[in-house]
Design a protein around this ligand. Structure first.
Ligand code: SF4
Ligand code: SF4
Length: 121
């Protein structure tokens, strides 16, 4: 199926999602990537989610959204750990469409502004 979204034209809505859940394997991969031990990676890059057993990626302040993943380069809007990103990031949005991009495209067409960005700030 063809890809109907273009991440290069998007400010990374998916990375503003507040609950990017990571697995033990994801934390191990981050630890390897940054040459730190598992505990350090867990504490430095993740925090507890809604459930006590759940770890989610930490966020940073952002110009467009209230917060965004700490690993996003807020200037280029690219992932700074692309090869070491968590599984959930690798799988999103899958084949075909991205709902965020559909919305972005719709508004850009409606407002006749190819650079328009919906913000949450
Ligand atoms: S929200 Fe969709 S189009 Fe934008 S960066 Fe994420 S996957 Fe790509
Ligand atoms: S790890 Fe990378 S792809 Fe995943 S949410 Fe953070 S910046 Fe986005």
């Amino acid at each position: 199926m063809a890809r109907l979204y273009n991440c290069d034209k998007c400010p990374a809505y998916c990375c503003s999602y507040g609950r990017t859940v990571v697995t033990k394997a994801d934390i191990k991969r981050l630890a390897r990537h940054f040459s730190v031990d598992f505990g350090t990676a867990m504490k430095r890059f993740t925090k507890q989610g809604e459930k006590s057993s759940e770890r989610i990626l930490r966020h940073q302040a952002d110009e467009h959204f209230v917060t965004i993943c700490r690993f996003l380069d807020t200037e280029t809007r690219n992932c700074t750990i692309y090869n070491a990103r968590p599984k959930i990031c690798r799988e999103f949005p899958g084949e075909g469409r991205c709902g965020y991009y559909d919305f972005l495209n719709f508004e850009r067409r409606a407002q006749d502004d190819p650079d328009w960005i919906a913000t949450t700030n």
